[in-house]
Write a protein that binds this ligand. Structure first.
Ligand SMILES: [Zn+2]
Length: 134
């Protein structure tokens, strides 16, 4: 059937679905509007990438260490994960992570931006230094 696609409004051969009729292009394009799982960095800005394949190809040659601090008691490592830890459209994407590892165990803290990750990193280091014995 030739008609007007309900999505792109082009005149094309349509595939009829139960509630709508779409052209082949619209039928095949991803319908999802939820945030991407995968991000790469452009400069210091996380940019979504469409597929796991694209992300892993980027990630292989881009291990991004944002900050790394060794104290007497712990290692504080902040990296760009590139995996969105919060899949909800109305919440910020959390793609940076600080890992605090010590003999007491480890804790993680996640952030949406490079600047927040740096601030979070410094906060954890300050906390450790404040409790450190001289
Ligand atoms: Zn269409």
């Amino acid at each position: 059937m030739i008609g007007t696609c309900n999505d792109c409004k082009k005149t094309a051969y349509l595939i009829e679905l139960s509630s709508t009729a779409l052209c082949k292009d619209c039928l095949e394009k991803p319908k999802t509007t939820k945030p991407s799982h995968y991000y790469k960095l452009e400069g210091r800005t996380p940019v979504p990438v469409a597929t796991f394949e694209e992300w892993s190809a980027w990630r292989v040659s881009n291990y991004v260490q944002v900050a790394l601090t060794l104290t007497q008691a712990a290692v504080v490592s902040t990296v760009f994960l590139g995996l969105n830890q919060r899949l909800s459209a109305d919440k910020p994407t959390l793609v940076f992570e600080t890992l605090v590892s010590s003999d007491k165990g480890s804790q993680t803290y996640r952030y949406a931006t490079w600047d927040k990750a740096i601030k979070g990193h410094c906060k954890q280091v300050s906390k450790l230094l404040a409790t450190q014995s001289p």
